[in-house]
Design a binder for this molecule. Sequence first.
Ligand code: A3P
Length: 280
Amino acid sequence: EGFGEKLLKHNNKIFPYFATDLLKIKSFRTRSDDVFVIAYPKSGTTWTEEIVWLIQNNLDFEKASSVAHSDRVVFLEEKPLVQNDFFEPPRVFKSHLTFDYLPQNIEKNSKIIYVMRNPKDMLVSYFHFVKWIKGFSFVGEFSVILDHFIQNRIIYGNWCEHVNQFFENTKVLFLTFEDLLDSPIETIKKIACFLGKELTDDQTQKLVDFTSFKKMKKNSSFFFQKADDSKQQNQLDLFFRKGEIGDWINYFNEEMSSKLEDKLSKELNPSIQIKYFSSK
Ligand code: A3P
């Protein structure tokens, strides 16, 4: 409801219109040096991918400015995975899928970094995204999106299950958008350590600067394909929309807030609730 294009459906879950090769992903062969950045959409996936790609590629800022981000980091469910060796290691992947759809040997074989964002801010970001992206062409109020979320009729299924699954997997490095924004140095060091790399203070600071909201918004490597030049900055402005914590306050009334919080209190792993949402 509200979406102009047909979304895909599998096992009662809804997927974006572009995930047409969804079931092929399971048989994709991973390598032990692969890194997967996984998040529910609009939770800081792209930001984390950029940090991870730079750490994996010895802070090659020049390449990160000149080669399209989508040619550096492969979006698993968007690119048809016919061949395994379509780009050189060290490979960085992104996905919004849960383990039941991800490559079979991913858990055993590869490094997985998960990013969670406060679902209220995530939903506001998602609302703007699905209105803007032609393939989704969503028309409707924010409250419709919230209802989809509550009833698990949102893409990639139940948000709580999504987050729980990765939080409960001890191999996964679990991060939050809020940590990245509030303590970027610490969080980036944590990521580097997880990837087995050491960064000097100077390198860490450079990485923080390069991946700041302002800089990423100006990095043409994020230009969306096929738009003419005049449209491209506009596209970037829409994708790098606000990059803040707390924009939800402009969209949720008290009733909407308590509807969402009620879902979290019933379905979200209590440890996540205590650790991340008890004071909010
Ligand atoms: P907003 O719409 O709230 O601005 P994803 O990459 O998972 O689709 O997430 C997109 C969200 O992350 C958008 O949120 C976007 O602005 C934000 N974002 C992307 N890069 C960022 C950065 N370097 N710093 C802060 N926020 C960033």
